[in-house]
Design a protein around this ligand. Structure first.
Ligand code: FMN
Ligand code: SF4
Length: 602
């Protein structure tokens, strides 16, 4: 069924075993001084083990410090770093994956390239040559030039940043010069690929028509082209959860046919989608976050174990870490990211009782089961809060995690599932050695729900209360309030009332931007720094904003003021761990991460 994914393909003279590419994804796992770390190495080794055809190491700095892009960006700008890259290539050589590294220079996006002197341009080009030579001598199979995302090559390509009148005003000149310099250093047979901005996604920038022309010229110089996005807003190239799978594969389709392979990028999560793209639009598919969430995706597909894949759920935790915090990446679906430790059998088999079937409890059950413990899992609702988190528009990918755990946990004979709300005596009756409380949180109710006027977001998202054509107020400007408003605004008039000066302020920047756009498109009225001070049964709420009180007329108030940790009972004299939202209300990452962490220790 998925044979197309496993057809070999030539990049230059190198044969890549299959059509899958792990693209550059900055991890911040390197050291602050630009050297590579053991964690960095293991992270990529795991992806190589997973069977991807081409593994492209994250953006690496060709010119330090001026071209640096990220706090822990690896350096490949000087021979001082050669031993790191050699060791790296040596450790990954035994695998089928071909090795590449993305050569990056941040450039000067705001200023553009007009101010650069001829000497400076030549110096930068030579630096690309040195970086490629380091990679080539270290044992890499090829290198990739970062020619998208608004970085220096893109800046030369784009009319928005290149207004030069000398030869460098020709948009492709810089990219071609880099290729020639690399050829001089490494020979024509050493393949060089390019991640190319075929559309800037910005007015006045490269259009797809121009991108196609650029690609047609560059096919004479580069050995594979990834059809990517240029210097426009980040949210299109680090797309959040609601984007359709493979939505921008048309970029690859439009620049084809070329005499070199073309790769499609962006939100390709499932093998059916990937194969469809290979059949109609591209020669290779890029699986970025897809392989962060599950590095073994290629092997699982090859072995017909598709339902064992842990799909990327689009929670954007990795982007939050890399782009909002510039710290080590982490993954909401895959807690092994950033840990890269194997799950070993436990030295001593224990009876482990887990209370709660949300992501924290499910991950604890998975890891405890793999380790061979005698595991009992109590749950009243498999998946916990994920069941309502997946309801608002565009969030259905969150449900993939529930499906994953359902398939995964069904595999273990040493795991007994109890579909019931556990009481303390149920737990004690099993005589556990360890108890894990993962009972999550319950919606915070500031006032008793009033029939026919105040409702809980939880009941609304579960479909227990339905509204159509009503005027509604949603109280609470956090993520839950915003998502509930977004859900209700599909067929109601909604006003969102939040206490903080901004809504959804803890949410990853691009996801937040997208969510706010959606609310605006649906005409949701947003009140910030506003507090509900009184509620009447007659359909009025009193809201105070900046010292002024006002009446908001509404058919109902939906309380979405967040949640409070819920721990139903304490267990004495037995080692007990409280994890996930039961410990403190946070997010999916904290839940799966703590589930993993606790189960790896016991
Ligand atoms: C955390 C993170 C870091 C990234 N770092 C890089 C990078 O170093 N260089 C690059 O060209 N693209 C980078 N990207 C973009 C990815 O390579 C890829 O194009 C993007 O994630 C879309 O593909 P996907 O939906 O398969 O993840 C990064 C993406 C993420 C999520
Ligand atoms: S952190 Fe979230 S978005 Fe990023 S790879 Fe993991 S599941 Fe996907």
């Amino acid at each position: 069924m998925y044979d197309e994914l496993f057809e070999p393909i030539k990049i230059g003279k190198i044969t890549v075993a299959n059509r899958m590419i792990f693209p550059p994804i900055s991890t911040n796992f390197g050291k602050e001084d630009g050297h590579l770390s053991e964690l960095f190495l293991r992270h990529y080794k795991t992806r190589a083990k997973g069977g991807v055809g081409l593994l492209i190491i994250e953006n690496s700095c060709v010119s330090f410090p001026e071209g640096k892009h990220g706090a822990y960006e690896p350096r490949i700008d000087s021979w001082e770093f050669y031993d790191d890259w050699k060791k790296f290539a040596g450790r990954l050589k035994g695998y089928e994956s071909k090795l590449s590294v993305e050569l990056t220079h941040e450039g000067w996006k705001k200023k553009g390239v007009g101010f650069l002197s001829e000497e400076k341009i030549k110096e930068i080009i030579e630096k690309y040559g040195t970086a490629a030579e380091i990679a080539c001598k270290a044992g890499f199979d090829m290198v990739e030039v970062q020619g998208a995302h608004g970085l220096i090559v893109n800046q030369f390509l784009s009319p928005l940043t290149n207004n030069r009148e000398d030869k460098w005003g020709n948009p492709v000149e810089f990219a071609i010069a880099i290729r020639k310099e690399i050829e001089k250093r490494c020979g024509r047979d050493f393949p060089v690929t390019i991640r190319l901005a075929v559309d800037d996604f910005k007015e006045g920038g490269i259009t797809l028509e121009e991108g196609k022309k650029i690609a047609h010229i560059l096919q004479e110089h580069y050995d594979m082209i990834q059809a990517d996005i240029g210097l426009g807003p980040k949210e299109y190239r680090l797309e959040s959860i609601s984007f359709e799978q493979g939505w921008r594969s048309y970029l690859a389709e439009k620049i084809r046919p070329l005499k070199v392979p073309v790769a499609a990028v962006g939100m390709i999560r499932e093998p059916d989608i990937a194969v469809d793209i290979l059949r109609h639009k591209a020669d290779m598919v890029v699986l970025g976050r897809t392989l962060i969430a599950d590095p073994y995706w290629p092997i699982k597909v090859r072995e017909g174990r598709v339902n064992e894949i842990r799909r990327c759920i689009g929670c954007s935790e990795c982007i939050k870490a890399r782009h909002d915090e510039d710290t080590r990446i982490r993954c909401g679906a895959n807690p092994q990211v950033g840990r890269e430790i194997d799950i070993e059998p436990a030295m001593e088999k224990r009876t482990v009782v887990i209370v709660g079937g949300g992501p924290a409890g499910l991950e604890a059950a998975r890891v405890s089961s793999i380790r061979g413990h005698n595991v009992h899992l109590f749950y009243d609702e498999f998946g916990g809060t994920l069941n309502i988190a997946k309801v608002p528009p565009g969030k259905k990918k969150l449900g993939w995690l529930i499906e994953y755990y359902k398939n995964e946990l069904a595999k273990y004979d040493n795991l007994e599932m109890h579909h019931k709300r556990a009481l303390k005596q149920d737990v004690l009756a099993l005589d556990p050695d360890v108890v894990i409380i993962a009972t999550g949180a319950r919606p915070f109710i500031p006032c008793p729900p009033m029939h026919n006027f105040v409702y809980l977001y939880d009941d609304v998202l579960r479909g227990e209360v339905k509204f159509n054509g009503k005027k509604l107020a949603v109280g609470g400007g956090g993520l839950v309030g915003c998502e509930t408003a977004n859900f209700l605004a599909e067929n109601n008039e909604v006003i969102l009332i939040g206490r903080a000066p901004e809504i959804a302020f803890k949410v990853e920047t691009l996801t937040r931007k997208h969510l706010i756009n959606e609310l605006e498109e649906k005409d949701v009225k947003i009140m910030t720094s506003a507090e509900i001070v009184d509620i009447s049964r007659s359909g009025e709420i009193v809201v105070e904003q900046e010292g002024t009180q006002m009446i908001v007329e509404t058919d109902a108030l939906i309380a979405a003021f967040g949640s409070r940790s819920f721990v139903p009972f304490q267990i004495e004299n037995i080692p007990t761990y409280i994890i996930g939202d039961a410990k403190g209300v946070r997010n999916i990452y904290s839940a799966t991460s703590e589930g993993f962490e606790v189960a790896i220790q016991i």
